[in-house]
Design a protein around this ligand. Structure first.
Ligand SMILES: C[S@@+](CC[C@H](N)C(=O)[O-])C[C@H]1O[C@@H](n2cnc3c(N)ncnc32)[C@H](O)[C@@H]1O
Length: 391
């Protein structure tokens, strides 16, 4: 592909990504993979260059641009070497007209900026994210993993975490293939650790998805006890089984819940759990480094729906705890509505429950819980709290 053709490809991809963000379709990464599957003539350097253009344009625009061309024109206005490629060559884009509008530059959509927790450093929410790994103690120790991953560095404050530079091809490594390491942000590791899961306990991961945190809980339990991974989406839970097998965590049970009727599906577990993790569906504002186009999907109406759903999930999670048990509520969101205020509202609704005072090497206290941010901690952004049922 010529450099100009790469710009045109980025414009086409951005058109698809913008439409998908508007209509709730697939993520940018999925669309990029599909695009190149149908265009085998593109070599690896072409793919990398197009992908970089696409993500540079996404990172630069806080609000969903009108078109892929507007997104790229906005980027090109700041980068003359890209503007020169709008040259009307055979597969390249038409020249930029003098008055042609480009997408506005910005980090955070204007409507959400006032809703973010006040210590959040907004300017770095769109930085590049490293690849964090968790050493899987079911398969070995930090000393076993380090020689296999010479570029990896331990992450201070997260005892099982290793960090590699952005884009490192971990899944090709021997350590990953034999289940000795899992890809997991150091902040997610601290959330799983906050559950204080122990061998022999009954632990429920209520919003398990594909089981990232379930696998960390499995390691903390040393493969002993009852660990139940529940979710309402079958395809997500299905992705957990091969991961659990690779990680040596075959004792995990999965439970598919019927959305709207979760209480019924969970009734047999009422009063039995030592720990329940609610890693709730959320705005994902803390993971914009990894999914920058998520800013283009979020609306105020969607945020309202998420806040209502988080409260509903917390309310059907609470009866699962045995007396004295802990409910860890977590989101990868940085709005107070989904974090601090959600936890306060839970404590008001559930008399006798209390929030444990946390004191961790990374992050800072915020309300009754704990805040991690990319700017302060170098992790993805999270809010979490450990809530205790009265004994
Ligand atoms: C933030 S994701 C979980 C990520 C996962 N814990 C991990 O560490 O990889 C939230 C999950 O909540 C699930 N979910 C949404 N509504 C739910 C409900 N009512 N009950 C249980 N799970 C739900 C979603 O399907 C999604 O997989």
């Amino acid at each position: 592909m010529t450099p100009a053709a790469r710009i045109q490809a980025a414009i086409e991809l951005l058109d698809a990504i913008i439409a998908s963000a508007r209509d709730g379709g697939p993520a940018a990464d999925t669309l990029i993979a599909r695009y190149f599957k149908e265009r085998r003539y593109a070599g690896s350097r072409d793919r990398r260059a197009v992908r970089d253009h696409v993500y540079d344009a996404i990172r630069r625009a806080a609000d969903r641009p009108d078109s892929g061309r507007a997104a790229m024109v906005g980027l090109a206005r700041e980068r003359p070497e890209l503007a020169a490629l709008f040259d009307a060559s055979a597969h390249g884009p038409a020249p930029i007209a003098g008055e042609e509008p480009g997408a506005q530059a910005g980090t955070v959509p204007g409507w959400i900026a006032p809703l973010l927790a006040s210590p959040v450093e907004q300017a770095v929410l769109l930085g590049r994210a490293p690849v964090d790994l968790r050493v899987n103690r079911l398969k070995g120790a930090m000393e076993d993993a380090l020689p296999l991953l010479p570029d990896a560095k331990p992450v201070p404050g997260a005892p099982d975490a290793l960090r590699l530079p952005e884009g490192a091809p971990v899944e090709k490594s021997d350590a990953w293939q034999r289940g000795l390491v899992e890809v997991q942000d150091a902040g997610s590791q601290l959330i799983a650790a906050a559950c204080e899961a122990r061998p022999g306990q009954t632990v429920i991961d209520l919003c398990a998805g594909a089981g990232g945190k379930t696998l960390a809980l499995a390691a903390a339990m040393d493969g002993k006890g009852a660990l139940i991974a529940a979710d309402t989406i079958r395809t997500r839970l299905a992705r957990l089984s091969p991961r659990a097998e690779r990680a040596g965590a075959g004792f995990i049970q999965t439970l598919l819940l019927d959305r709207g009727h979760e209480r019924r599906g969970l009734e047999s577990l009422h009063g039995r759990a030592d720990a329940v993790l609610v890693d709730a569906p959320c705005s994902g504002t803390g993971t914009w480094r990894r999914n920058p186009e998520a800013r283009w999907r979020l609306t105020e109406a969607r945020l309202d729906r998420l806040v209502r759903e988080q409260a509903r999930i917390l309310d059907f999670a609470a009866p699962l705890l045995a007396p004295g048990g802990v409910l860890v509520y977590a989101t990868c969101a940085l709005t107070d509505r989904e974090g601090r205020d959600q936890v306060d509202a839970f404590l008001r609704r559930h008399g006798g429950w209390s929030a444990d005072m946390l004191s961790l090497p990374l992050g800072r206290a915020h309300g009754a819980g704990w805040l991690l941010t990319p700017g302060h901690d170098g992790t993805d952004g999270f809010y979490f709290a450990r809530l205790r049922r009265p004994a």
